[in-house]
Design a binder for this molecule. Sequence first.
Ligand SMILES: [Zn+2]
Length: 440
Amino acid sequence: MPKYQNSYFTMPDGTLKHVHPLTGTEVWTVPTRAQRPFYNRPLKTPKPLEKAEEENYCDFCQTEYYLTPPEKARIIQTSDGHYQKIEKLNPDLLEASHAVFRRVANLFEIVTFDYWAKNHGFELSATQAQWKKKYLENPRGMEHVLRLVEMKLKLSGKPVEEITSTSIEEKLKLAEGFFGGAHELCIAGRHYRPAAEWDNELYSSGEMTPEEHYGYMRFTIDAMIDIYANNRYVRYVTVYQNWLQAAGASFDHLHKQLVGLDEWGTSIQSEMEVVRESPNIYNESIVNFSASHSLVFAENNYAIALSEIGHRYPTLAIYSKSKNARPDEHGPEELMGVSDLVHACHAAMGSSIPCNEEWYYSPRDAAGVMPWHILIKWRTVNPAGFEGGTNIYVNPVSPVALRDQVVPRLYELRSLGKIHDLKIAAECELKPNPLLYGQK
Ligand SMILES: [Zn+2]
């Protein structure tokens, strides 16, 4: 029994109450607490950037390729401008090219290699074992791996004497996750945007060209396919991007994360339960509902973007219209359509808003179907004691105010040619039931 008859309504004093149709999250936007987040405005005074021939600002930067685990894949740009993928790069060649994107294991896995080995009897797949053998046969590869294990032990607080007395064999055992773990990073090639002068001019998703952004999503989806292919105990690969410290990122250097799980995770699980009861709910309660409340702010042939109700953080949502419910089932045009709207949202936000980008899609072993959608949550609000005690979240930015911050920027970016063509605000088609997920 829903608590309110209406999931989105304003009280006489101006308080807006909204409840997410799938999660039931209750959010209030209280007029006196409403404040506009200062997007594109730096929180601390920017300093002039110390320029370097090759970027050397953090462990994900170009000069530090050896500070991340062995590279599973890299995209490079050839002299004629095309992108080329190199898999399992020879350790001697790490510095021989500049990576546009790189894919490596996360040094500090959330779900560890040990978890898979001990709970499921997982062992390296034949390809992974072969790669590990080849990598360690190379003296540079062996040195790279041992140095990383030592660094990891040191960062986890192991005393130096203990690290030096650990045998090579034992250290190599600790490196299994580099080759066969299911927690990976897809790291962007740049720390700052090209020609940056100030240290706040970071290279965010919105700083990419639409083509680069498409390449980044394609690269991430390929990583997802590979995780499923190498570990048969993985039931769901969750994909997310934490941007800036306030959103949980350890470096201000753009990266996406993929984590293989042996379950769907609580939020997918509970959404799939709702979907089983009401298969068309994403159309009815999210997209059609948002259309009739003027919350849809962008659309193209393959995707639709809206300011979503019922989130504790201001949230932009991008839904794929495709009947294919998983990212890896999307054809190139469909993927470009989704990528274009995600890119446009990031570009409209600018690079100074901390945010989480979260991907949701139908698990492979699910009976029900959920459309592939991506949420971009602005981490500009800090839930505190009130939220803890009541389970009611105060989000100072109403869905309408959020929409109104994004729309003028989209017009501007479109006229500058910085984003691919799309329909904005009143131009959107708003056809009922535009999401075709689950249809044959
Ligand atoms: Zn960096």
